[in-house]
Design a protein around this ligand. Structure first.
Ligand code: MOS
Length: 698
């Protein structure tokens, strides 16, 4: 890998900062075409059954109400690949909150009142919403998410575990978690002369365009989807969501532009969540802590609408050497909302369980938890036998330990008392795969010295606008100021979504390729640039789609210090420090934001976030920010993020790994391990709220 040209690797201020702070950045629901109408959905109020009648008389009575769409009156669409998008197509109610009607009116208030006046009669059928470890419907799926094998066995776990002198065996419990971005899922749709224009809050507008074209029987060229600014997604906007389908249907039905922003109270049921997980981890080791037997068995649930299997046992195939290993996933389909991608899917819950188990093993074996991880460092990826393209977990652990002053730590739990407070520290490791998808981009050089790059990347607040301009400027060897970047609408060269921590690698590779080729063309140009400039197109179908013979992952180490109030049971985070090995860091300023943002999500997962499915009602009890507690500023201490600069030539031309999600991965385990060190209490359930801790404090 050659050294990057500036401005790559420099801490550039995000290019959309001014638009964001002055409010001129417009989001999906902030576009109001002339004549725009407003829509409000009607969610099902039963847990399972059928709609037998919809009475819209009262709803349609007030002037200004344009329509109530039901499964009788809504436009018929082609069956979507994702069945959660087949809204208002039949009478089936697969779960509470599933949409059964949509009111459309001249005003938002009118639409909301009309929705409330719709009378729906149901046939109620028996329902089952509770996941248990021995649920009769559990089965082994063909694969877990991401095409990962549902089950993998190496060696003979049972025999090795039985023979191990040091053993841990525990089950870790996580309830459902919701993404809850600040900006709700929203879309504004307009039909004009057979062309559909949509503003949608989405992590990828090329896939939204393709989905709408297929569902509404249009050519992709007849649809334009804008996603210029997106107020967070966290996975819940990684696939098209019902709001965009409903807005398009309503616009088609009424002949008016239609705007639909899903109310916060409805989001929990229709835009995905992390499914609850029951994870049993068994570790068998020698007295030296060397693991000889490792089992990570995941039990989870999906909905009856679609199978989604959180691949939580996958990191156990990546992290530590064990000659005898079993990793498995089982799932059951219940009458609940459909789970989906959320904040480091697979790795985040899986590493919570595995890294808590590692801490339990450290205690059982009497080995320092940093040292335990160093001792179990594999030479090749255990699950595949492939060499790592780069793996600097040990460097992260050592650097983190140094910065955190870990060496001075007294391993005894429950002995650091400050008045009513008990204080402790914990560590956990993190990993996240290097993902990349094919992408297209064009680069244009104009005679006035301006370069224009076009790629349908989506900047969901992460800094894509900034880092892609840096990549272009570096490849063109031109100042950043001469680079203009067009992104955020589906008329641009097609691009994959902002997800899987793969955006910068995927889009940046195509931008780099187009700009490198353009620079070559310009050098070979005999005279001045032609008046209309020179354009080069590039795609990375070959290189980004190719299988690597290397195991490619980012790694990290989290260190946490907590105080536990022995009177109230409250846990507060005092310090959180992360050190990452994530390839080359292309913009230290925005990268730091990514890391500490992920760590803050991990703090929420550890202490405050959780969705309780009421078993008799079949819906989530938490459906607003008053009940679903994402961390507020006062919860978050000074968080430190650092990194090891890696020089890995087996990734992409920028040498980068994804950084969007690794910050969350091990944070909850590090905090839980610190709670154990503080109190001597091993909590195996998230979130670690006062009511779970207080009864166990003596
Ligand atoms: Mo993220 S859960 O990969 O959109």
């Amino acid at each position: 890998m050659t050294r990057q040209n500036p401005p790559l690797g420099t801490p550039q201020v995000r290019r959309d900062a001014r638009e964001k702070v002055t409010g001129t950045a417009r989001y999906a629901a902030e576009h109001t075409p002339p004549g725009c109408a407003y829509a409000w959905p009607v969610p099902a109020t039963i847990t399972r059954g059928r709609v037998v009648a919809v009475d819209t008389t009262d709803a349609l009575a007030p002037s200004g109400v344009l329509a109530v769409l039901t499964h009788h009156t809504a436009p018929r669409v082609e069956r979507p690949d994702d069945p959660t998008l087949a809204v208002l197509q039949d009478a089936t109610v697969p779960h509470r909150g599933w949409y059964v009607a949509l009111a459309v009116a001249d005003t938002l208030e009118g639409a909301r009142a009309a929705a409330a006046a719709v009378r729906v009669a149901y046939e109620v059928l028996p329902s089952d919403v509770e996941l248990t470890v021995d649920h009769s419907g559990l089965y082994t799926p063909e694969s877990a998410n991401g095409g990962n094998a549902a089950r993998q066995e190496r060696g003979d776990f049972d025999t090795a575990f039985a023979a191990a002198p040091v053993r841990t065996d525990a089950t870790y419990v996580m309830k459902a978690l919701h993404n809850h971005p600040m900006e709700p899922h929203a879309a504004t749709a307009q039909w004009r002369d057979g062309h559909l224009t949509v503003h949608d809050s989405s992590q990828g507008s090329t896939p939204v365009r393709d989905t709408l074209a297929a569902m509404f029987g249009l050519a992709p060229g007849q649809v334009t989807v804008h996603a210029a600014y997106v107020g967070g997604g966290f996975g819940s906007k990684g696939t098209p969501r019902p709001q965009v389908v409903l807005a398009v249907m309503a616009a088609l039905h009424t002949g008016r532009p239609v705007k639909l922003a899903l109310p916060r109270s409805q989001l929990a049921a229709v835009v995905g969540h992390r499914a609850p997980l029951l994870q049993r981890v068994r570790l068998g080791a020698g007295h030296d802590g060397l693991i000889t037997a490792l089992a990570h068995e995941v039990v989870t649930r999906t909905s009856t609408v679609k199978e989604f299997v959180e691949q939580a046992a996958v990191p156990a195939r990546i992290m530590y050497t064990s000659p005898n290993s079993r990793t498995s996933h089982q799932v059951t389909a219940l009458d609940v909302p459909t789970p989906s991608w959320m904040r480091g899917p697979g790795e985040t819950p899986g590493m919570y369980a595995l890294e808590t188990a590692m801490d339990e093993l450290a205690v059982a074996a009497g080995v320092d938890p940093v040292e335990l991880r160093v001792r179990n460092e594999p030479a090749v990826e255990p699950g595949s036998g492939r060499p790592y393209s780069s793996r600097n977990l040990i460097a992260c652990l050592r650097e983190g330990a140094r910065r955190f002053h870990w060496a001075a730590r007294d391993p005894r739990p429950g002995v650091r008392r400050e008045g009513n407070l008990l204080v402790g520290t914990g560590v956990a490791a993190a990993t996240y795969p290097v993902l990349v998808s094919p992408c297209r981009a064009t680069a244009h050089a104009a005679p006035d010295g301006i370069y224009r790059i076009r790629v349908n990347a989506t900047d969901i607040g992460t800094g894509a606008r900034t880092v892609l301009a840096q990549i272009a400027a570096a490849a063109l060897r031109t100042p950043l100021e001469s680079v203009r970047l067009d992104l955020g609408n589906s008329d641009l060269p097609p691009a994959p979504l902002a997800g899987g921590s793969s955006g910068t690698a995927s889009w940046g590779w195509a931008v780099n390729k187009a700009c490198t080729a353009l620079a070559d063309r310009l050098r070979a140009l005999p005279g001045d640039l032609p008046a209309d400039g020179v354009t080069v197109s590039a795609d990375t179908d070959q290189e980004a789609g190719a299988e690597s013979s290397y195991a490619r992952h980012a790694f990290g180490a989290h260190f946490a210090e907590v105080q536990v109030d022995t009177v109230s049971g409250e846990v507060r985070l005092r310090r959180l420090l992360g050190v990452y090995a994530a390839g080359r860091i292309l913009n230290p300023r925005t990268a730091r934001s990514q890391f500490i943002g992920g760590m803050t999500m991990g703090l929420g997962m550890a202490l405050t976030e959780g969705s309780t499915l009421d078993p008799s009602y079949g819906d989530f009890a938490e459906n607003d920010f008053a009940s679903y507690h994402v961390p507020a500023s006062a919860d978050v201490p000074a968080i430190e993020a650092h990194w090891i600069e890696e020089d890995d030539s087996r990734l992409n031309p920028m040498g980068s790994k994804g950084i969007g999600e690794i910050g969350i991965v091990g944070t909850a385990a590090a905090i839980g391990n610190a709670v154990h060190h503080a109190t001597g209490i091993r909590l195996r359930e998230l979130p670690m709220t006062p009511d779970t801790i207080l009864p166990r404090l003596t």
